[in-house]
Design a binder for this molecule. Structure first.
Ligand SMILES: NC(=O)NCCC(=O)O
Length: 384
């Protein structure tokens, strides 16, 4: 039933009277973004391969002392492409075959920085708690099949690609991590970020497979197109995780995710948007789509019957801007590419207007948080 709403924006368009729609959208979504043209070659790829393309634009005010810093951001959301009972290589290759024309469309659209969904080369099998065969999807950051596959596109389109994968660290004890690889515009691996917060909620049994890295890191990658940070899925519930990236100067933060309707859909439209406002950067929030079914039943630890599927991954990927605006979302049910052209100058313009950084009182909060984490902490409470 939940999967039957394809897009909330379409419902607003269909049911709100035309004379009120613009104002309703302004209140809900902030200042409107313009649409940009979907070029013929990209439109053809979308028609031939059954994925959606949406393309928007956010401007900043012209400045006389700085040129605009125009960047096209691309987000891809997709369903898996083969049965989860197929051999690993068959499943992975089927996803590669599905993603290739979507990346080509991003290239045709002039996307500079592209991010895929969390653990994109595989089904999100962590609900099962089974190690075999899912751990076989884990791959080396530099030499693994997905990095090799994407590096060719990065080079071809002069595009930075953020590739969230299941990593196997071949050098250090063959440990498994949930990782995003940053491939630069030359097709070289610039670095990786490992997921800072690992869920233990509902069917998200991810700590059966991988743990939190130590120390906590908020790497910001200096790319040809700006400073990029990554906050993987469940990490979006932690304001300090977003802030860590802001403190290191991130201008665009990606939140590649895999999350289902019953658990998190009411949070989805708020969290990335709030992060963009509070931290004064652009956020690209990406969620996978579809319902993934596994060979064996698993239980959710909630007394309900065991089942074989994860529930509906609701897509709805979007871009949030530091001025509280957001783009419409991609579909809740279809594969898609969202392209958004932004001017990175907008961040400083909003920062100057609101002075949020200057008024943040980081030093005092830093002390309070350290105190709260200590065993001697006494809560500051007044009254009984
Ligand atoms: N993949 C993942 O971390 N999912 C957890 C559920 C959520 O945070 O919505």
């Amino acid at each position: 039933m939940a999967a039957e709403i394809h897009n909330v924006d379409d419902i607003l368009e269909a049911h709100i009277p035309a004379e009120e729609l613009a104002e309703v959208k302004r209140i809900l979504y902030g200042s409107p973004c313009g649409e940009i043209e979907v070029v013929d070659a990209a439109a053809q790829l979308s028609a031939d391969n059954d994925f959606e393309i949406k393309a928007y634009q956010y401007n900043a005010k012209p400045e006389s002392t700085r040129p605009p810093r125009i960047v096209r951001i691309g987000l891809i959301q997709n369903t898996i492409a083969a049965e989860t009972t197929e051999p690993i290589e068959v499943q992975r290759d089927a996803i590669f075959a599905k993603i290739a024309p979507i990346i080509d469309a991003a290239g045709e659209m002039g996307v500079n920085v592209l991010c895929l969904q969390e653990a994109w080369p595989m089904p999100f099998a962590f609900c099962t708690r089974e190690k075999h065969p899912w751990c076989e999807f884990a791959e080396d950051v530099k030499t693994g099949p997905s990095t090799r596959f994407l590096a060719a596109f990065a080079k071809k389109y002069d595009m930075v690609i953020v590739s969230p994968i299941l990593e196997r660290d071949e050098v250090h004890l063959e440990t498994i991590w949930n990782t995003a690889v940053v491939i630069d515009h030359r097709g070289e691996v610039l670095g990786r970020h490992r997921k800072n917060h690992i869920p233990r909620v509902g069917d998200f049994n991810e700590s059966t497979y991988y743990m939190e890295p130590k120390p906590l890191r908020h790497e910001v990658f200096e790319t040809k197109y700006g400073r990029i940070g990554i906050n993987i899925c469940y990490g979006r519930h932690f304001p300090l995780n977003w802030q860590g990236l802001a403190l290191n100067g991130a201008e665009i933060v990606f939140n590649p995710s895999a999350t289902v309707g019953a658990l998190s859909e009411p949070m989805w439209a708020i969290e990335a948007r709030n992060a963009a406002i509070a931290n004064n950067y652009f956020v690209g929030a990406i969620n996978r789509v579809g319902t993934e079914t596994f060979p064996n039943e698993f239980s959710s630890g909630n007394g309900k019957p065991a089942h074989k599927d994860f529930g509906h991954f609701y897509g709805s990927s979007y871009i949030a801007a530091p001025n509280a605006s957001r783009t419409p979302g991609l579909s809740r049910t279809r594969d898609g590419l969202l392209v958004t052209e932004v001017d990175l100058n907008l961040s400083r313009q909003v920062r100057d207007l609101w002075c949020l950084n200057m008024t943040a009182r980081l030093d005092e909060y830093g002390e309070k948080i350290s105190a709260a984490a200590s065993d001697e902490f006494t809560p500051e409470r007044i009254g009984k």
